[in-house]
Design a protein around this ligand. Sequence first.
Ligand SMILES: Cc1cc2nc3c(=O)[nH]c(=O)nc-3n(C[C@H](O)[C@H](O)[C@H](O)COP(=O)(O)OP(=O)(O)OC[C@H]3O[C@@H](n4cnc5c(N)ncnc54)[C@H](O)[C@@H]3O)c2cc1C
Length: 328
Amino acid sequence: MAGGNTLNYAKVTDFLRGANGKASGVVVKDQLSEDTFSVKAKAIINATGPFSDSIRRLANPTLERRMRPSKGSHILLPLEVFPTEDALLIPKTVDGRVVFAIPWGGRLLVGTTEEEVAPDAEVLVTKADVAYLLQHINQYLEQPVTPNEIVSGFAGLRPLVGSTGDGDTKTLARDDVIEMDPTSGLISIMGGKWTTHRAMAEDTVHCAQQVLGMPQMDSQTRNHILYGGEGFTDDYWKKICREYQVSEGTARHLAAKFGTASGKVLELTIEAPALLRFLWEVARSGRKSSMRFGLRWRLLSRTFLLAGSACSFTRGKIVSRLPHWSVH
Ligand SMILES: Cc1cc2nc3c(=O)[nH]c(=O)nc-3n(C[C@H](O)[C@H](O)[C@H](O)COP(=O)(O)OP(=O)(O)OC[C@H]3O[C@@H](n4cnc5c(N)ncnc54)[C@H](O)[C@@H]3O)c2cc1C
């Protein structure tokens, strides 16, 4: 965090309008309490990834859609089916997609992208996705894998931006686009990639400064170390093992997800020992217990999938003890 305030489970449902018709704030609905409230703002930035169009068009219904969300599906297999530290890339399948298999978190991550879907589509790993992935990966395995061997799976939407008209999502650039809608005054940052998020943030803030008539300030994002990154080293997990007497697997998992903030997670386990057991299970099994082929699967974030599951598991037990939190 760099001085901002964040609010989770808070959905923008409408805009407030000033006398000139421009957006002067947002109406927010708390998804847990269902309370609705409004927040006034001098500048509003829409950074909602694949959902950008819904907010743009809420601010100005005459705007054309820009987003061309493309679904990516992933499954996790036991690493034993592919006993190597190398990754496999199939750069061009018969239908022109990329399929990859990467050792990740003690499992083999097999995935693909480029299936265009409607912006409001439910994002699931379907039976057809599983069949597609297994069909391709099995060409390279001595022993073909069956759906029963799948440990877990997840799908997500890439926020690709199209200019106009049709065209395949494979041909769309991964560049980001910043739009300032003159009618509503809404600034939207669309597209881009994780790997370019700092540059996207910098350009978007500069755009907001311009809209507000402020001088362009030097950005701090380039050198800003994210929470949990301060003092982190590749062997930080050893320090966690030493200081908290947890197994190597748990320490490696925590270090990879929470960095130098791992101690804070482990301190919560003193209050709720069930969390430690769960973290150990996650580190050991890659979430095996939660997934059976055919289950509906939603992606919140690829990287934070395991961390997220740890949080939701313990929400009732731990979150309720934290100040300012309640469990509904
Ligand atoms: C399968 C797949 C593979 C990818 N691979 C790579 C890769 O290898 N490298 C790379 O750099 N990038 C990759 N990406 C892209 C990367 O994940 C995205 O670019 C990045 O997550 C976009 O971040 P974002 O913050 O713009 O959007 P998101 O992470 O999608 O966040 C948007 C947020 O807006 C919120 N939101 C939506 N509507 C509302 C509303 N009405 N009110 C309030 N909040 C709202 C959502 O809840 C969400 O939290 C991949 C994406 C996918 C799906």
